[in-house]
Write a protein that binds this ligand. Structure first.
Ligand code: NDP
Length: 310
């Protein structure tokens, strides 16, 4: 059976993937997009999005992603459910296999596979996900105005999220497993200077407490084995993200944390014809609007690349 050929294969269906599909369609690249295991991406794990421009009343995250998908389809993108199970970026056209059987040849590939937030892995944490447990303070912090919350982690993200939450919430506990923060000195100083942040040193989370209304508290265990509870309404994870780049690492350069390295402000990777967009190449901003912008850049870069080869 001959392989399906496309000028542009897009892998991933968050804001980066769908925006790349919108732009690539309008550039007549007839893109094929594979949605992956979580159609709509990370955003679909949250509820109301209040910071995506154009929606003054906010928009339901699933509705937003469904609209982006529909826009891509309306413009001609071939959006398919399923996963790229194999890929070979060693020669052009690039070769991929979808769902173990469909062979694809692609002149360009846009990697928009995103990242997943790391969770502690506690059953109580999964139980209250979306009901007080969140891995994105920028997305969900607003709902905890005037309330007490906890942030787990001691890196730059945790410090940034704690200081952001402190501007909205009454009290922010930082749950830090060591007796020092991993974060940069500047971020440590910001935390120390914020009156309503209390760092709970050498503490680990034993259980997220809650009832039918959602999170009501957290049970912590100190290094010496003592357990104690704190009343909170929101429990924020900031213990890092894992970029979904493993499949491409054999060819595509990644940094020490696995994020795909792109060339300057472009989406170009070290492999000519392969572009990366969204959270898989962005350890810093991790916002839907930033990912959408980067998907746009990737499609424009892919178009320019194809034109340069004519
Ligand atoms: P990091 O890996 O830097 O920090 C993760 C934090 O979570 C550490 O304090 C770690 O503890 C803690 N942690 C990890 N696993 C657990 C666990 N199971 N239980 C409890 N605590 C845990 O991730 P970040 O997301 O903070 O940062 C990622 C990268 O992005 C870094 O290079 C950072 O500098 C950068 N960044 C930069 C920003 C900026 O410049 N404005 C903003 C945000 C991120 P421990 O220290 O004990 O390992």
């Amino acid at each position: 059976m001959s392989a399906l050929h496309t000028k542009c294969l897009i892998i991933g269906s968050g804001p980066a993937g769908y925006t790349a599909a919108i732009y690539a369609s309008r550039s007549a690249l007839s893109p094929i997009l594979f949605e992956g295991l979580q159609p709509g991406g990370q955003l679909t794990t949250t509820t109301l999005i209040e910071n995506f421009p154009g929606y003054p009343e906010g928009i339901d995250a699933n509705e937003l992603m469904a609209s982006m998908r529909q826009q891509a389809v309306n413009l001609g993108a071939d959006v398919r459910p399923g996963c790229i199970s194999e890929i070979d970026l060693s020669s052009r056209p690039f070769k991929a296999v979808a769902d173990g059987s469909l062979e694809i040849e692609a002149d360009t590939v846009i990697i928009a596979t995103g990242a997943t937030a790391k969770y502690l892995g506690l059953p109580s944490e999964s139980k209250f996900r979306g009901m007080g447990v969140s891995a994105c303070a920028t997305c969900d912090g607003f709902f905890y105005r005037g309330k007490d919350v906890a942030v787990v982690g001691g890196g730059d993200t945790a410090c940034e999220e704690a200081t952001y939450l402190a501007s909205l919430c009454r009290k922010v506990y930082m749950i830090v497993r060591r007796n020092e923060l991993r974060a940069s000195k500047a971020m440590q100083s910001r935390v120390a200077a914020t009156e309503n942040i209390e760092v709970l040193w050498e503490c680990n989370t034993q259980e997220v407490l809650g009832d039918q209304t959602g999170v009501t508290g957290v049970r912590l265990v100190r290094k010496d084995g003592e357990t104690f509870d704190r009343k909170i309404d929101g429990f924020f994870l900031a213990i890092g993200h894992h970029p979904m780049s493993d499949m491409f690492k054999q060819w595509v350069e990644t940094d020490e944390n696995g994020y795909i390295v792109t060339d300057g402000r472009s989406s170009r990777t070290n492999v000519e014809g392969v572009f990366a967009a969204g959270d898989v190449q962005d350890p810093q901003y991790r916002q839907a609007i930033a990912a959408a912008g980067s998907g746009c850049r990737a499609a424009l870069d892919a178009e320019r690349y194809i034109l340069s080869k004519k």
